[in-house]
Design a protein around this ligand. Structure first.
Ligand SMILES: [Zn+2]
Ligand SMILES: [Zn+2]
Length: 120
C-alpha cells in the first residue's frame, strides 16, 4: 500500500498536508497553495475532489492492537485503511476521520515505537 511509508514516519507526517484522494496522500507541506500532489507521482488533485475526511475503514471488523509496555494504544485498533488508532465498537472500527498526523509529539513518538515493534 502506498500509504505505508508515510504512516511509518509519524514525526515527519505532522508537517505534511495529508489530503487524500483514492488512497494517495498529499506529501506537500501543510498549508501549501495550489493542487495536492503525492511527491514522485504525477497525481494532482484539488480540495473539490479530495476524499471526504470520514475514513472508509469505519465499520470494518478489527481487533485491539498489541500494546506497548506503557499500554499504548490503550485497546484501540489500527485502521487498515488510514492507519489511525481507532476505538472499537463491538468488534468493528467506530466512525472516524482518516488519520492526518498525530496531535502531539508524544503521540507521534508512541506511534513510531508501535510501528517499529508491531508494524509490518
Ligand atoms: Zn496537499
Ligand atoms: Zn481509518
Amino acid at each position: 500500500m502506498s500509504n505505508r511509508p508515510i504512516a511509518q514516519l509519524p514525526g515527519a507526517a505532522r508537517m505534511l498536508c495529508l489530503s487524500r484522494r483514492d488512497g494517495e496522500i498529499c506529501t506537500r507541506r501543510a498549508g501549501h497553495l495550489g493542487l495536492h500532489n503525492r511527491t514522485g507521482s504525477s497525481i494532482l488533485w484539488s480540495d473539490v475532489n479530495a476524499d471526504q475526511p470520514r475514513c472508509p475503514g469505519s465499520g470494518s471488523a478489527a481487533t485491539p492492537a498489541p500494546r506497548l509496555a506503557d499500554g499504548y494504544p490503550n485497546g484501540l485498533a489500527l485502521c487498515p485503511v488510514c492507519f489511525a488508532f481507532v476505538a472499537l465498537d463491538v468488534g468493528t472500527l467506530s466512525e472516524h476521520d482518516s488519520w492526518r498526523g498525530d496531535a502531539t509529539r508524544e503521540e507521534a513518538d508512541q506511534r513510531r515505537e508501535w510501528m517499529n515493534s508491531h508494524g509490518w
